[in-house]
Design a protein around this ligand. Structure first.
Ligand code: ATP
Ligand code: MN
Length: 477
């Protein structure tokens, strides 16, 4: 028998057909009303049991989180907020849940506490909504690219280069850590390791993505990425998921258009398909914000913020313009930034990004043309000799959500830059082949999936939008 989902049942009309709903007990009131939930929605289906005919031995086992198939038929509901309820004819207990021992009590728990019991937190309304939205966003990402003829590519998880230079890497080895083989210089001899060389977990699939784009024109990756960066922030994970499209015959402006269109598409998708969850999260956030002083509360609700992103073009600004804005800002003059902005060339901190987005432009911003010294070697050099065709997309509450660029397609310029910054040209010969044989302008970007989920759910800590977060000092479950 096909399983009946509560989200569908709540839309149904009363009927005499006997059905069985398999779900878990949320609450049981007055020895009569069971709130049933199966995770398809935060809304519960109310089942009404007849306590005069149901054995006492069953009634006392209808506890919070017990697994209970309930049979009966749908009748008009007397209660508010639902049109039907299940008039139960039989209740079975598949799995008991001892209310004395069950860690999730029917009260509000802090997100910090729930992080400690991440294996159970899916069962709460907040995490139910978050993970359904996450699911919808992942699907929307694929839809967006597939509708446009992009090829989904799987790049390797184990790599041997840190050419990307995107961050600290996790080593992958099968060597005996207590007694590793050593070479004459006394260094660990990785030629004896599994791959006969030193290997790591990938920090980005971009370089491999570029190789494929030079054959398929438009590709994207969507896979796990690992960075051993010891930054214990609310926006960094050691293991996160990244979406990296790469497009041949694209210049920076095309890249920006695509990124903006993609973000708007996936946000619109979630707003349409997860309206109830987003509405729930929006109200949750409003409650949360009441704890804050008035001037720190956001001016818009979550739903308004998402709508706003759909209805407004992102502001496109050069790094040079942004530095001027920041340097002249009262915030800078009154030394309210932790890192003061004093000269052209400095890297922007999250506080600067957020100032530009939240205080100055009050909308998403695409920052372009960064100094080449603070960006990767593969970014296309601009004619001014100082900047590269990079783009970062900055979002309210998040800071950087996307980092990308037009790639340097000119072989000599690329090799020259690699030599300047010390990227081994010989080892990267495979990468340079794209520039040797049929090189063309191309561009791409990386979207951190969890940062997108953070934005759309209005959660504030990235640990709360991935099922089992990996962060410095924490690898549970
Ligand atoms: P940041 O400055 O915020 O650390 P980054 O410059 O290191 O970001 P990129 O190397 O450009 O970021 O990576 C592309 C995207 O991947 C970023 O825009 C961001 O959305 C996401 N990202 C990067 N590092 C992390 C991380 N540690 N955890 C989660 N997402 C990340
Ligand atoms: Mn980083």
């Amino acid at each position: 028998m096909a399983r009946l989902r509560i989200i569908d049942l709540l839309q149904k009309s009363p009927s005499d057909d006997v059905i069985t709903v398999s779900a878990w007990v949320r609450t049981f009131r007055n020895n009569q009303f069971i709130a049933l939930n199966d995770g398809s929605t935060n809304n519960n289906l109310q089942a009404v049991v007849d306590f005069t005919t149901t054995p006492e031995s069953i009634l006392k086992r209808i506890t919070s989180r017990a697994a209970v198939p309930v049979s009966g038929h749908l009748v008009p509901s007397q209660g508010a907020g639902q049109t039907v309820e299940l008039k139960a004819s039989a209740v079975e207990i598949l799995g008991d849940s001892d209310p004395e021992k069950y860690p999730l009590q029917p009260k509000k728990h802090s997100l910090e506490f729930l992080r400690e019991i991440a294996h159970l937190r899916f069962r709460t309304n907040t995490f139910g909504a978050v993970f359904r939205v996450r699911n919808a966003l992942a699907f929307a990402v694929h839809s967006f690219f597939q509708e446009r003829g992009f090829l989904y590519m799987h790049t390797p998880i184990i790599t041997n280069s840190d050419a990307e230079g995107a961050g600290e890497m996790f080593r992958v080895t099968t060597l005996d850590m207590d007694n590793p083989p050593r070479n004459e210089a006394g260094k660990v001899d990785f030629s004896k390791d599994f791959f006969a060389k030193s290997t790591n977990l990938t920090v980005s699939g971009q370089l491999e993505g570029e190789l494929a784009a030079m054959a398929f024109s438009n590709i994207y990756t969507f896979g796990p990425t690992f960075r051993a960066e010891n930054s214990n922030t609310a926006r960094h994970l050691a293991e996160f998921w990244m979406i990296e499209p790469e497009m041949a015959f694209y210049e920076l402006a095309d890249n920006m258009d695509l990124a903006e269109e993609m973000l708007q598409y996936v946000i619109a998708y979630a707003l349409k398909h997860n309206a109830e969850d987003i509405d729930f999260l929006s109200k949750r956030l409003q409650e949360e914000e009441k704890q804050k002083p008035q001037n720190e509360r956001s001016e818009m609700t979550l739903t308004e913020k998402l709508q706003f992103c759909l209805n407004n073009k992102f502001e496109r600004v050069t790094y040079t313009q942004a530095i001027e804005i920041l340097r002249e800002s009262n915030h800078n003059k009154k030394k309210k930034f932790q890192y003061l902005v004093d000269k052209w060339g400095v890297d922007l901190q999250s506080e600067h990004e957020r100032y530009l987005v939240e205080k100055h432009f009050k909308k998403p911003v695409i920052l372009i043309d960064y100094p080449r010294e603070i960006k990767s070697f593969y970014m296309r050099q601009n004619d001014d000799g100082k900047t590269v065709a990079a783009m970062d997309i900055l979002f309210p509450g998040i800071g950087e959500i996307i980092g990308g660029s037009q790639r340097e397609e000119r072989l000599e310029k690329l090799v020259q830059r690699m030599e300047e910054v010390g990227v081994p040209v010989d080892e990267m010969s495979w990468y340079l082949d794209t520039r040797r044989f049929g090189s063309c302008p191309h561009a791409g970007f990386g979207l951190g999936f969890e940062r997108l989920v953070l934005f759309v759910t209005g959660m504030t800590n990235i640990r709360d939008v991935i099922a089992f977060p990996r962060t410095p000092g924490k690898c549970e479950f």
